[in-house]
Design a protein around this ligand. Structure first.
Ligand code: PEP
Ligand code: MN
Length: 359
């Protein structure tokens, strides 16, 4: 159930009430929203908990039974949108954040060169896998911890945040130690032990949609992260399996407005894995911005043909600059700025395309 509290409820009232509900064996999540605070009382007990048990508790003004399977991710619980803040970047606040970088971290020089190029073009977050979920065990599996260190240095040297995937629960602390955002890959969307561990970590999580996951399964995977205490979840649509074989996957842009209606979480779109084809990145990056996504994730390499993984869907740095130019032009038409609003513009104020001043 959701308990709406009296507007006069102060922190002492709230913690007293939470204490009381916890003592009843219930799990409670608090949303301090506008106009007032609401509590979600969860733990699979909704079927048995009677709403009238709560109405007489102090400060409880309204009791609404949850009518959805997901609770903490729902807009019924939290009507304001979640903004994931990392340093001066805010994902989900209305702007469009660009995440770019190679499929895999291959070497120190490779990640450095790519970080510099994407930062100059205006990206805010560097991507790159150190632990790679590869379809074949004979394919490059990633540089592991060494790769994470290379990525951290490359991101810091270029004023970028960074995101990398944790493939197993044991990897979560290690990945979280080195990166700003922990990624959970499509193949692991329903790895529940991994979700629980990532829910406990103190970093935002970028959760990719499973290859054949329904919206409901996707949201319930996010619900794991939220219910284990991590409020900073970004959903990422990355294409689904369909009967079409020309493209690697079918980028499901329906997902963006649907998930925005159902949840308060920010949504990213990854046209690289979503299409598998380089030539489709530019048009679908525009579409992602136009459809209302909060972030874009794209695979970029200084020598895309030589990329050790996902070369066919990886664009070069020049093509990435073209994508950024398109998005910059699109911003005013959509009434949404590209990038976080805290992004420092160059001193001349004229260089909107390479908007960030490298620090
Ligand atoms: C990735 O982004 O590095 C990746 C492996 O993507 P996905 O999990 O969506 O296949
Ligand atoms: Mn890839």
């Amino acid at each position: 159930v959701i308990l709406k509290l009296n507007a006069k409820a102060n922190e002492t009232d709230i913690s007293r009430l939470v204490g009381r509900l916890t003592a009843m064996g219930l799990q409670v999540a608090v949303n301090r929203g506008e106009p007032g605070t609401s509590l979600a009382v969860v733990n699979g007990l909704d079927a048995t908990v009677r709403p009238d048990l709560f109405i007489h508790l102090p400060m409880v003004e309204e009791v609404t039974p949850f009518n959805r399977k997901f609770k903490l991710a729902s807009r019924e619980f939290k009507s304001q949108r979640t903004v994931v803040r990392v340093k001066e970047t805010a994902i989900g606040e209305g702007s469009f954040t660009v995440i770019a970088g190679p499929c895999a971290i291959e070497s120190e020089a490779q990640i450095q060169a790519i970080a510099e190029a994407v930062a100059k073009a205006g990206a805010r977050v560097l991507r790159g896998g150190a632990f790679k979920p590869r379809t074949s065990p004979y394919d490059f599996q990633g540089l592991g911890e060494k790769g994470l260190k290379f990525m951290r240095q490359a991101a810091d040297a270029n004023g970028l945040l960074c995101v990398s995937e944790a493939m197993s629960p044991e990897h979560v602390p290690l990945v979280a130690e080195h990166v700003d955002i922990v990624q959970i890959g499509a193949r692991n969307m329903q790895n529940f032990e991994l979700l629980k561990k990532a829910g406990l970590c103190r970093r935002p999580v970028l959760l990719k949609r499973g290859l054949s996951a329904t919206y409901m399964e996707f949201i319930l995977a996010a619900e794991y992260l939220l219910s284990f205490g991590n409020p900073d979840v970004i959903l990422c649509e990355r294409g689904i399996r369909t009967f079409e074989t020309y493209t690697r996957n079918t980028l499901d842009l329906n997902a963006v407005p649907v998930l925005k209606n159902l949840t308060h979480l920010p949504i990213a779109v990854d046209p690289s894995h979503g299409t598998g084809l380089r030539d489709l990145i530019r048009p679908l990056a525009r579409a992602a911005f136009a459809v209302g996504a909060d972030a874009l994730m794209v695979e970029v390499h200084t020598d895309p043909d030589a990329a050790v993984s996902d070369s066919q869907q990886t664009i070069g740095t020049e093509a990435f600059r073209e994508v950024m130019k398109d998005l910059t032009r699109l911003g005013p038409a959509l009434g949404r700025p590209l990038d976080a609003k805290a992004a420092p513009l160059s001193k001349s104020g004229a260089d909107h395309l390479g908007g960030r001043v490298p620090t």
